[in-house]
Design a protein around this ligand. Sequence first.
Ligand SMILES: [Zn+2]
Ligand SMILES: [Zn+2]
Length: 183
Amino acid sequence: MANVIEEAKSGRAACRTCKQPIAKGALRLGVETPNSFGDAPSLQWHHLTCAAGKLPVELKAALAEYPGEVPDRAALDAAMADAIQKGNAKPGGFPYVDRAPTGRARCLQCREAIDKGVLRVAIERDIETGGMAQKSAGYLHPACAATHAAEKELDLEVLVEGLKSNSRVPELELAEVVATIQA
Ligand SMILES: [Zn+2]
Ligand SMILES: [Zn+2]
């Protein structure tokens, strides 16, 4: 995914995070988003301060490539670290590890509820609704993930690599989940 920082060429684009317009000339982050019709990916724009709170990994990568001066860089760095620490950052796609925001989701494998606030594994699966195949999010206890992968013939290494690149939780927490899966 190519993410880019540039000065807004007009004041017409709205920030995808806060929905407010991005002023002409302000620095903005463009995140490449796959197009649902299979065309070339399009860019979605975010204020840098909004991106720091929701897309810290994408912003960090784009900042590393940006040759110009970025105002309030120290504040952005602090906000990015804070977002990861608090688990506010948006995952980079499926599969990913996050903390269950509620206690409502059930584990795909053991069918038990996943307690609010615990680390869980989110995967995308195909479900049938009214004869239509659809993609839907499913959740697993880390301890149930390996059994689930084996039953569904999912490659465990591919799952783990996906979790490592898409998760936006602190590194130690991710390492804990990966260790549980590989145990
Ligand atoms: Zn914004
Ligand atoms: Zn389970």
